[in-house]
Ligand binder design. Structure first.
Ligand SMILES: Nc1nc2c(ncn2[C@@H]2O[C@H](COP(=O)(O)OP(=O)(O)OP(=O)(O)O)[C@@H](O)[C@H]2O)c(=O)[nH]1
Length: 363
């Protein structure tokens, strides 16, 4: 190995170690842009999400490094404001259409821009945008390709570990992490507003909401049609969950026939409408062989309470719905205000039992 190659090799190895040590999407982003920034001697590197919207695809920065300063979009579940229409970047559109691994353009001011789609199969949900004052050298570009392959593999592995294998939804383990981030974000926002605003009430402001969704009488589906059809129902419900909520909302399979939805930055009315729309979508859907399936939902405002308490309250609202006819959306705070549920601290080991015979009598 020549003396000239050695520092480059050292740097490559250092970046590989940094990349492969990450277990978090944001930190992986930061590691890759730091590596590319140094290897290509770039002036700026950005990771941009390519987000479909009604106005066409939008580009939204999720991490960037500029003048040595690294920034990553907080994954608190907050929607990222705006974005730039991709239609303003014909070179990138061309690159995606031709399914290229990269494309370089030289702007009128002499700046070189390298676009690198981050392909996942035949889709590129994100890309790198790399700026440099000098043209990119072929040898360093090849080295960048290598490190990008490692980055892509790690992103895929991370993605795989976060998901439930039957439905492809986020799993319960991932929920704990996303939920903590959401609560920390709320706490910071509350502290900021504490001096100037009255105490937040779930109904006044846009907020975060958690719903527990449970398929009604799912045991009957399994008993009557077998587990394979039961699994098929779970997959179809998961698909309807995905299509009924916005991309920035989060949907989890909690286990069995229970799902959790986190909605961000919506008012109580909008949250209720979104949950009600999903309930109606399920009721209107024809499930092959099984026919009609319904779901019950219990939801609650996310405050800075622990996940156990928030989930416990949503569960209480859900089981109120289950014991009062099923196929409905119930809001915890409203049930407490109406005296239909008792508010209280939920024990970490609390389980809510539902008496089927009792339910049938009530209907
Ligand atoms: N097919 C299939 N069934 C599952 C899976 N996980 C849990 N189940 C079944 O889900 C059923 C849940 O039934 P219960 O908790 O008694 O509730 P339910 O019949 O849905 O009734 P309610 O919730 O009271 O409306 C059980 O029969 C479980 O065996 C799975 O991954 N696949």
């Amino acid at each position: 190995m020549s003396a000239v190659q050695s520092p480059m090799m050292d740097s490559l190895l250092r970046h590989m170690i940094e990349l492969t040590g990450q277990r978090d999407h944001n930190l992986l982003d930061v590691a890759i842009i730091s590596a590319v920034h140094e290897m290509l001697e770039a002036s700026q590197v950005r990771v941009l999400d390519i987000v479909p919207s009604e106005e066409g695809d939008m580009l939204r920065p999720r991490a960037w490094i500029r003048h040595g300063e690294v920034m990553a979009q907080d994954d608190s579940g907050q929607p990222v404001a705006g974005g730039t229409p991709m239609s303003g970047y014909p070179v990138l559109i061309d690159c995606l259409a031709q399914r290229l691994n990269r494309i370089e353009e030289t702007r009128a001011d002499g700046e070189h821009v390298l676009w690198v789609p981050l392909w996942q199969g035949d889709k590129a949900p994100a890309c790198l945008q790399i700026f440099s004052t000098a043209p990119f050298a072929a040898s360093t570009l090849n080295m960048m390709e290598g490190i990008l392959s490692v980055y892509r593999n790690y992103q895929n592995l991370l993605e795989y570990s976060e998901r439930d294998s039957l439905t492809g939804l986020l799993n319960r383990r991932t929920f704990d992490d996303k939920f903590s981030r959401m609560v920390s974000f709320n706490r910071a926002a509350d502290e900021e507003q504490a001096q100037s605003l009255e105490r937040r009430h779930p109904g006044d402001l846009e907020g975060q909401w958690l719903a527990v969704v449970d398929i009604d009488h799912f045991k009957r589906v399994n008993d009557q049609y077998g587990h394979l059809y039961g699994d098929e129902v779970l997959i179809l419900v998961a698909n309807l969950l995905r299509s009924s909520f916005r991309t920035q909302d989060r949907v989890f399979r909690f286990g069995g026939e229970e799902f959790v939805v986190l909605l961000c930055s919506v008012s109580l009315t909008d949250a209720r409408n979104a949950f009600e729309r999903f309930r109606a979508n399920i009721e209107a859907h024809y499930f092959p062989q099984v026919g009609t399936v319904t779901v019950s939902l219990g939801f609650v405002a996310i405050t800075d309470e622990t996940p156990v308490v928030v989930l416990g309250h949503a569960d209480q609202a859900l089981y109120y719905g289950k014991s009062n006819g099923r196929n409905q959306v119930c809001f915890y705070d409203e049930l407490v205000e109406q005296g239909l549920l008792q508010s209280g601290v939920v024990n970490a080991d609390a389980e809510f039992f539902f008496d089927d015979a009792n339910d049938d009598q009530m209907r």
